[in-house]
Write a protein that binds this ligand. Sequence first.
Ligand code: ADP
Length: 447
Amino acid sequence: MFKRVLIANRGEIAQRIMRACRELDIETVCVYSTADKDAPYLQDADEAICIGPGPSKDSYLNISRIISAAEITDVDAIHPGYGFLAERADFSEICRECKIEFIGPSPEAMGKLGDKIEAKRYARAAKVPVFPGTEGEIEELEEAVEVAAEIGYPVIIKASAGGGGRGMRICRNEASLRTNVAKASQEALAAFGNGGVFVEKFLEHARHVEVQVLGDKHGNAIHLWERDCSMQRRHQKIIEEAPGPGIDRKKIEKVCEAAAKLVKSAEYSGAATVEFLMDEEQNFYMLEVNTRVQVEHPITEMITGVDIVKMSIMVAAGEKIPYKQKDVKVTGHAIECRINAEDHTKDFRPSAGLIETYRAPGGLGVRIDSHVCAGYRVPPNYDSMIGKLIVHAETRKAAITRASRALHEFKVGPINTTIPLHAELMQNSDFKEGGVDIHYLERLLKG
Ligand code: ADP
C-alpha cells in the first residue's frame, strides 16, 4: 500500500479523499491555491503545499507545479479526484514517467474509454447498448445524411472530443444536417483542438441513468448498480438517486453486467461511470464513459456499503477488488442534493462570499460531504458546489421524507444556496412519483 498520497484537487472531494487515506493509514499531502489558503480541510492533511494563485490554470491545472509538489513531498501516488486533471491522459502519462502512481486508469485505458468514438467501439464489442448513428467520425457529409435517413430524425451532431455539453447540435431534418455538420466541426476544432464530429439518434424524452463500475489491475471488474441523475439544469446534475426509480431490474442488470464487461475489455483499473440515456420504453443508449470518481459516488456507497474512493486507492496500489459481483447487495434508497452557492431565483447567479451561519443537518441516514463551515469564504474562482447532502433510507419514499427533514435543518447564510430549491423539489409531485426526464427541471423553472 502507498505511504503518502498527494491530492491534486480542492474542496469536498479533497476532503473525501483525505478521509479514505486516513482510514487506510496513508499520509496525505494536499495542494492548494492562494484562494484556498484558509480552507479548513487543509488542517486534516499531513502536509499542505501552495501551488499558485487562484486561477485554476496557474494552480490545480498546472501539471508542472503539481508534479514538483509531489516530488518535494516525496509521495508515491497522486489522486486527481474529479474535474481539473482527472481525465487528462497526458497527466496520467507524466505521473508514470515520474514514477508516481496515478490513482485512476492507465493513459492507455483512459484513451480507450475517455474518447467517445473509441468508447463506442469497445461498447459494441462488450454488448453495451449504444445510440444508433455513424460508426465513427464523419468523413463524408453524404455518409452522415444516409445514416440519419436510416435512423430517422431528429439526430444530434456531437464532437468526439466534446465535454460539458458543448459543441452539440440537434438537427430535425436533412437540410439542417447538411448545414450543421461543417459548422459543428469548425466549432469543435476551435473549442477542443479536434474537429471530429459524429451523428447519433436524438432522444426527445430521456432519463439519465449511469452505472458505477470498478476495475483492478488483475483483470477483475464489477459494477455497483445504477444511479438516476435526470434532475439537471444545463446538463449539470442537481439531484441524483440510487437505485433508479421504476427501472425494470432485469433490464438494468443486463446493462450493468455489460458495463462491467466493457471496463474489463479495456483493461481499465479504478472507478469509472458508464453513462446512458434511457427512453420511455426503458431502452438504454450509452452516452460516454467517465474515467474517474464522480461527484455523486456517495449514493452508490450508501446503497452498497462499498467505499468507492478507498477502492480506487487500493486497486491503484495493485490490490484485487475484495468483492465478487454476487457480494454486492443493494440496501434501501439514497438521494443526493448538490448544495451550490447560487441564487436559483436569479437564474442561478453564483453567490460567493463569507458564510456566517452554517448549521448542518444530522441524524439517522444523513451524510454531509462538505468542506465549508461558518467563517468560510466561498472563493469566486471555482465551481459553486459547497457540499452534498446525501440521505439513505429503507425506501424511496422514506428517503424523500428524510431529505426534506434534513433540508429543513440545513441553514447556510447569508450567501444564497440551492437548499430552498431542493426543499421545493422534495415536495414536487412529479419528482415524488419518480422518473422525471432530463429536461423536466428546465421546464419547471421556466414555469
Ligand atoms: P458531454 O461530454 O459534452 O457532457 P454527453 O454526450 O455526455 O456530452 O451529452 C451531454 C448531454 O446532452 C446529455 O446528458 C443529454 O442531456 C444530452 N444528449 C446527448 N446526447 C443526446 C442524445 N442522443 N439524445 C438526447 N439528448 C442527448
